[in-house]
Design a protein around this ligand. Structure first.
Ligand code: NAD
Length: 275
């Protein structure tokens, strides 16, 4: 069953479910991403700071999947925010990936203390104009950061990639983004293994009811909520499991009981504290 696609405000499309490579060891990345492509993932999420873009690129080069069928995201690291530094960082990412374009390029964190995200966004606008990033977006932006981009720049971000799972739904920024046509990408969709989401009784009960795993139930919750997500696993069996979520549907009641897990269960950093 094919993964559904969502359409950005710029007209490009993205597979709603992909594969993320945060903390995937650079030495193992080619093998792991090759597995992910083999089992059917077509959307890959990496970042310059992960140190594994070259491994992602090697897996893409070795794969029989045509580039046009892949969706690749990478991200501008905090210390490279600016104008020329952003251009240089983007060139280096493309070179490491061995690609002539990425599908999506993101500002990784707003780093408000540096106050360079507006300038960096203008650099990304130029990168998009060059065609070497089909779409551009942001990550870890809060409402005030999005408001400044909307007021001071031309292009509305295609996405905001934020920490989001049933115990940390970020309703304020999510509602604001959706109202402005910005898609939500959920990072740490399974709680990163730090938040005990997969042991929550309502998740376990829904999993048993559908004959699926707790992880599959949480992935379904994201899909049915409209989030884009790319859970990470080094293990091939779990890659297959996390993609095998298109043969069942959560009921409205199940969605509501899982949404009731909200408790500001942030596992990552607060965006204003990251520099
Ligand atoms: P995640 O919620 O996807 O959790 C990954 C962990 O969950 C794995 O290490 C594994 O321990 C466990 N897991 C995976 N599949 C499972 C299964 N089927 N059953 C049981 N346990 C399972 O967390 P993540 O990797 O941090 O987030 C996904 C992706 O989001 C990352 O790989 C990265 O691409 C992106 N990300 C972005 C940012 C950002 O600041 N923009 C931050 C973190 C992650």
């Amino acid at each position: 069953i094919p993964v559904p696609t969502l359409t950005f405000n710029d007209g490009h499309t993205i597979p709603q479910l992909g594969f993320g490579v945060f903390k995937v060891d650079p030495a193992e990345t080619t093998r792991i991403v090759s597995d992910a492509l083999e089992v059917g993932y077509r959307h890959l999420d990496t970042a310059a700071i992960y140190g594994n873009e070259a491994g992602v690129g090697a897996a893409i080069a070795a794969s029989a999947v045509p580039r046009s069928e892949l969706f690749v995201t990478t991200k501008l690291w905090n210390s490279d925010q600016g104008t020329q530094s952003a251009f240089d960082a983007f060139d280096l990412s493309l070179e490491k990936l061995g690609l002539d374009y990425v599908d999506l390029y993101l500002i990784h964190w707003p780093t408000p203390a540096k106050d360079r995200y507006v300038e960096s966004w203008k650099a990304l606008e130029q990168i998009r104009a060059s065609g070497r990033a089909r779409s551009i977006g942001v990550s870890n932006f809060l409402v005030p950061h999005l408001e400044r981009l909307l007021a001071e720049t031309e292009i509305v971000p295609a996405v905001n990639q934020i920490e989001l799972h049933p115990a940390h739904q970020q309703q304020e920024v999510t509602a604001f983004a959706r109202a402005h046509g910005i898609q939500i990408e959920a990072w740490g969709p399974l709680g990163q293994g730090k938040y005990p989401l997969l042991e929550e009784p309502v998740v376990v009960v829904a999993a048993e009811a559908h004959g699926k795993s707790p992880a599959q139930v949480v992935i379904r919750w994201h899909l049915q909520t409209g989030n884009i997500l790319f859970p990470k696993s080094n293990r091939r069996a779990r890659m297959i499991e996390n993609l095998d979520v298109f043969d069942f549907e959560l009921s409205h009641t199940e969605l509501a009981t899982i949404s009731a897990l909200e408790r500001s269960g942030r596992v990552g950093s607060h965006p204003n504290d990251v520099n």
